[in-house]
Ligand binder design. Structure first.
Ligand code: SIN
Ligand code: FE2
Length: 212
């Protein structure tokens, strides 16, 4: 367990601008999950199509002023859920505050995310190597909160050819990447089967960004 391996306020610098905060969200995991469940009750998790027409394995939803979507027209942020036509649910204050605190620890003061992407991985689901480039301002970091089953996160370099480091993200871990690491390629290896006491056979990842 991460909580046993690292003291509660430990951190691991991965690269300039990239910081792993093991277990930072552990104490709040239950309330975070309640907040996520309230969001996905209003804006259902769904598998999106890539612009090329492939069905993504990971199911997604959003909260905040803007949500990330993908379809035949491309990748983008938009203020409305395409499933319902309604605004995305408000970003729960708890999630926003946790992300801002994590960003602060990594040296990014005043991070004020307007978009929170919710990713749901079931065993076997993967996310291929990509860069996050749909945001306006690359000086703002990305904050990732992991809940549920552990995943092997691939943390690459600034070109696709750079061999990624493999990093296990456990329930409650928070990862920040920004500054010189903001455009690093990253992805998730196929989720291994398992049962998490809170989430069952599932991993939920929240990524918070300043999109606009
Ligand atoms: C993402 O790149 O948007 C998600 C990464 C993750 O699930 O850890
Ligand atoms: Fe990403």
């Amino acid at each position: 367990m991460t909580a046993d391996l690292f003291p509660p306020d430990s951190e691991l610098s991965l690269a300039p601008g990239a910081l792993l905060l093991p277990g930072l969200a552990l104490d709040q995991a239950g309330v975070l999950l309640d907040a996520v469940n309230a969001v996905t009750a209003a804006a259902a998790l769904r598998q999106l199509h890539t612009p090329g027409g492939q069905l993504m394995q990971v199911a997604m939803s959003n909260c905040g002023d803007l949500g990330w979507v993908s379809d035949a027209r491309g990748y983008r942020y938009q203020a409305h859920d395409p499933l319902t036509g309604r605004a995305w649910p408000t970003m729960p204050a708890l999630i926003k505050q946790l992300a801002a605190a994590a960003a602060q620890r990594a040296g990014f003061a005043d991070f004020d995310p307007d978009a929170c992407l919710i990713n749901r991985y079931l065993p076997g689901n993967r996310l291929s190597l990509h860069q996050d480039r749909d945001e306006q301002d690359y000086s703002q970091p990305i904050v990732s909160i992991s809940l549920g089953l552990p995943a092997v996160f691939l943390f690459g370099g600034l070109t696709r050819a750079d061999k990624p480091a493999r990093l296990t993200l456990q329930h409650g871990d928070v990862l920040v990447w920004g500054g010189p690491s903001r455009l690093r390629f990253h992805g998730v290896q196929p989720l291994a089967a398992g049962e998490h006491p809170l989430l069952g056979a599932c991993r939920i990842n929240l990524t918070l960004r300043r999109a606009n």
